[in-house]
Design a protein around this ligand. Structure first.
Ligand code: SF4
Length: 244
């Protein structure tokens, strides 16, 4: 299916609320047709930490707010465990309308396709260019593809601090809150939360560290470059080097 993409609807602005207002009219792909409404974002435009999810769920579609359903409760718990003040975090999705199929009276979540992620990407890019966070946490593979511009294997990069070559935010990839929440501890018992919280602490620490660097410092990103992000910090060259 040919999709025009959202670019034609994205205004030139430095305001997230102006973006959100404009996005209500977006017809960049077909997902708006069966959704109740657009679900844009929530959180302060000056946030140092941005969370990117996949798409709104059923409850989000009805309320117009991101992460208010079961996944949102898991997310809040993970942030609390990691000591991250949730009111300081900006949350958004890779795709802004709810993709689903209808079975009887139920609406069943359907993963957005690569074409939907690509079509909706201009919104995410515009948001990140305004917010200019220090750290972006990608919740799941769809969010990672949207932010990094390529497919990644979650297990291979989970919790790792990726770097955007000094020109953008650091990126952490983890599982989506609606995904599995348990792991086997070193003692063999099934545990919930700590593994996820550990990854959140990585992101929270990175955001706090960067927040202390003064504006103009080489330790602060000066330009957002999501398509250049993705190399682990340990492998990245000197800051200020152009992306390879
Ligand atoms: S999902 Fe994104 S690109 Fe598609 S109509 Fe909604 S806002 Fe536009």
């Amino acid at each position: 299916m040919d999709r025009e993409g959202a670019q034609a609807w994205v205004p030139s602005t430095r305001s997230v609320s102006t973006l959100a207002e404009a996005a209500r009219d977006c017809r960049g792909c077909e997902l708006w047709e069966d959704a109740t409404q657009l679900v844009f974002s929530r959180g302060p435009a000056g946030a140092r930490l941005v969370l990117v999810g996949e798409q709104p769920g059923d409850q989000e579609d009805q309320s117009g707010q991101p992460f208010v359903g079961p996944a949102g409760r898991v997310l809040v718990d993970a942030l609390d465990r990691a000591g991250v003040d949730r009111s300081t975090v900006y949350v958004t999705n890779a795709v802004k309308h709810f993709r689903h199929t209808v079975r009887g009276k139920r609406r069943i979540h359907e993963k957005p396709g690569v074409g939907h992620v690509t079509a909706c990407h201009p919104w995410l890019e515009a948001e990140l260019a305004i917010v200019r966070p220090d750290v972006v946490v990608c919740l799941g593979a769809t969010a990672a593809r949207a932010v990094l511009g390529r497919a990644v294997t979650i297990g291979a990069v989970r919790g790792e601090l990726l770097e955007a070559d000094g020109s953008g935010p650091r990126v952490v990839v983890t599982t989506h809150p609606s995904g599995p929440t348990t792991r086997r501890s070193s003692r063999g018992a099934r545990t919930k939360g700590p593994a996820r919280a550990g990854r959140w602490r990585v992101a929270g620490r990175a955001a706090r560290k960067r927040r202390t660097a003064p504006r103009g410092s080489p330790h602060r990103p000066t330009e957002y470059g999501p398509r250049s992000a993705g190399r682990p910090a340990s492998e990245a060259g000197a800051r200020g080097q152009p992306p390879r």
